[in-house]
Design a binder for this molecule. Sequence first.
Ligand code: SAM
Length: 212
Amino acid sequence: MRLRNVTGSREVIAQSPYVVQEPQRQKGKWHTLFGNDYPIRIEIGMGKGRFIMDLAGMNPDINYVGIEKYSSVLLRGIQKMETEPLPNLYFIRMDAEEITSVFGRAEVDRIYLNFSDPWPKDRHAKRRLPSREFLRRYDEILIPDGRIEFKTDNHDLFQFALEELEPAGWHLEQMTEDLHHNAEMMRGNVMTEYEERFSSMGNPIYKYIISR
Ligand code: SAM
């Protein structure tokens, strides 16, 4: 998802109270920022933010941080927060490659990856958010029994993500190749913008939940 050149998006982000400016300064201090000890869950590549905003609205006793690389996309989430602010949600505009400089060891309770960019060329495999390089970063910031939940409609990306687990020391907890016809894994499912679009086209949605 890339909405190019939305005029003024960088300026809006720089002044928004919903965006954590200089997030590296919060490393190890996120609970202080939220003002409570509730678990912290993050979505990497949140897009326009529907998923994480719905979760934050449904779970006031969980803290959420939505991470998005592009200002023009994040802007949509900020606009929604301006009409319906949520006290348990902050946004960060950053590339997730820097995630370990923003969250301390075991500071995060769960990570959501939804419809991550596939980066189909082999030489770009390291950029895929479920790659072993990213799993190593997630390992640093997640609590010991923390989980990662990954959804996609991209068969090749899902196969790649499964193959990355063993070399990176992660285990499958649950997995489906057709989430929307799996009653158990579908329970409590919160749809993302991409999930809505692709499932309405009849594409199966793949999902795994993993732990170390
Ligand atoms: N998660 C949303 C959904 O399911 O509707 C958006 C999916 S969209 C295909 C992927 C999003 O991830 C894009 O908005 C993209 O900018 C963001 N993204 C990709 N790589 C990223 C990275 N390294 N760090 C932060 N965001 C990233």
